[in-house]
Design a protein around this ligand. Structure first.
Ligand code: FNR
Length: 186
């Protein structure tokens, strides 16, 4: 059975650059299958909504995470931080604490922006949040894509910059390796 990687996009925008970057990954390896995991229909997190069981969309979201071997989050940065929709999704996924579907899940992080700092601040926050859930984030590697609007063809909605493609291919290979070699901490 090929490994399955879930793709979560931190932007809800239809023509999101980050979604285009995430989509580009799906052509980069025959060794894995990709599945989109959407966050746009999740309710705003509220502990009251957990009483009597998760809402249907939340239960489906958690199952989708459970069913994949790893997750790659591709997210923009808003106001030097994590987009609210993504934080909301991660808060839902973090429940119940200590045995959440993200606990020990291999996770990779990618971010793209038309700006110059490649979502560095958002990625720092996302890492910190995931560490609170004992997520196995691919260490050391960072994919910070700056000036993304110059690296894609907006009409065809595809990544065209060869250097960025090669970088992403290498990152994906490292992430697939990471899925098989995450530390066993039990
Ligand atoms: C932004 N943008 C942005 N970019 C950045 O590099 N650092 C930042 O702090 C912010 N802050 C920010 C706040 C808000 C509210 C918006 C709407 C935008 C710009 C952002 O990178 C740009 O809109 C991207 O195109 C968003 O990503 P998607 O939707 O194209 O994937």
């Amino acid at each position: 059975m090929p490994k399955t990687i879930g793709l979560i996009c931190g932007s809800l925008r239809k023509n999101s650059y980050n979604r285009i970057i995430a989509q580009s990954l799906t052509d980069m390896s025959d060794a894995v299958q990709f599945r989109w995991i959407e966050i746009n229909e999740l309710p705003l997190f509220n502990e009251d909504l957990e009483i009597g069981g998760d809402p249907e969309t939340v239960a489906a979201f958690k199952s989708a995470i459970q069913d994949v071997d790893g997750i790659i989050i591709v997210s923009p940065e808003y106001n030097s931080g994590i987009p609210g929709a993504l934080k909301n999704a991660l808060d839902w996924a973090s429940r119940p604490p200590r045995s959440s579907v993200l606990s020990r899940k291999p996770v990779g992080l990618i971010g793209a922006t038309p700006g110059g700092l490649g979502t560095a601040f958002a990625q720092m926050q996302i890492r910190q949040i995931l560490e609170a859930m004992q997520t196995h984030i691919l260490p050391f590697q960072k994919v910070l894509i700056s000036q993304v609007h110059e690296k894609i063809d907006s009409d065809q909605k595809i990544l065209t910059d060869e250097k960025t493609k090669r970088y992403l291919e290498r990152y994906l290979q490292q992430f697939i390796h990471w899925i098989d070699h995450t530390p066993v901490l039990d």
